[in-house]
Design a protein around this ligand. Structure first.
Ligand code: 2HA
Ligand code: ZN
Length: 274
């Protein structure tokens, strides 16, 4: 099968284009990675080439040794993924030690993997350790969520609870809650370590004044998660624009009743009295 015809490549491109259409990927903003299944690599093996030089990842991910990842390119635009996929995205192979990668397909014009490769791979490693089924990590510049990082306390408790209150589906879609990373320099190991620590408990991490990282089992679940979080953030921005307080809302006891009905566990640390 041609690499571009593989369903996982098509699913990756569709997510990138959906994110662009949502307005979350101005210029070269955002990045996406997918941990490719062994059988998916087998299906496209003839289209891969293995003579590129090994490059340092900038982090060590021994649990991902020997695996392949489809990633967006550094400086590439989500807007162009559908029209110029071979320039915009690429498949990389991680070496046997888990600290170097090489490009085996795509990024044809001298491109490199996303500047956030350390965060993507460290998050994928943390997620794989907890649940083999997790394969997607997505970073977007979701407008309303970023706006909230200027007005809400930068705590997991405040972001989780305020967003949960904005739509009844939220605690069902992200019952574990949301983590928050204070403002940090993007693109390096430190922000990758901070984010991957949060990914041990959550599927979503907010980067203050920057954007969102989220993880999931497949493209639908991961995009759906980002969409749900950003929709809740939009409702909160609208609500705060009308008045600074809520006249009525979903109460801690409402959340406990919802948890029982939908068979999810909602940590009590998010159900504090205000
Ligand atoms: O420009 O979003 O965080 C890509 C990014 C870096
Ligand atoms: Zn970013």
């Amino acid at each position: 099968m041609k690499v571009l015809d593989a369903p996982f490549v098509q699913g990756f491109m569709r997510l990138a284009d959906d994110g662009w259409q949502m307005g979350w990927h101005e210029r070269n903003g955002g990045n996406l990675s997918y941990r490719v299944k062994a059988e998916e690599i087998k299906g496209i093996r003839d289209g891969l080439c293995g003579d590129d030089a090994w490059q340092p990842i900038g982090a060590s991910v021994p649990l991902l040794a020997g695996e392949y990842f489809l990633v967006t390119g550094s400086g590439k635009y989500f807007r162009n993924v559908m029209r110029a996929p071979e320039d915009s995205i690429g498949i990389i192979e991680v070496d046997a030690a888990g600290d170097h990668y090489r490009i085996v397909w795509g990024l044809v014009n001298g491109g490199k993997p996303t500047s956030e490769l350390p965060s993507h791979l460290m998050n994928l490693e943390v997620k794989k350790k907890r649940d083999e089924k997790y394969r997607v990590v997505y970073h977007c510049h979701a407008t309303n969520l970023i706006a909230l990082t200027f007005v809400l306390p930068l705590t997991d408790e405040a972001f989780t609870r305020e967003l949960w209150e904005m739509a009844t589906e939220c605690p069902v879609v992200f019952p574990d809650g949301i983590g928050v990373v204070d403002w940090m320099v993007p693109g390096g190991r430190d922000i990758a370590v901070a984010t991957s620590r949060l990914m041990e408990s959550y599927d979503v991490a907010v980067w203050a004044h920057h954007g969102m990282f989220c993880a999931g089992e497949d493209f639908d679940l991961t995009f759906g998660l980002a969409h749900t979080v950003e929709k809740a953030a939009e409702i909160l921005v609208k609500m705060l624009s009308m008045r600074p307080d809520k006249r009525q809302t979903i109460t801690p006891q409402n959340f406990r009743d919802l948890a029982a009905a939908f068979k999810v566990e909602l940590p009590e640390k998010f159900l504090y009295e205000k």
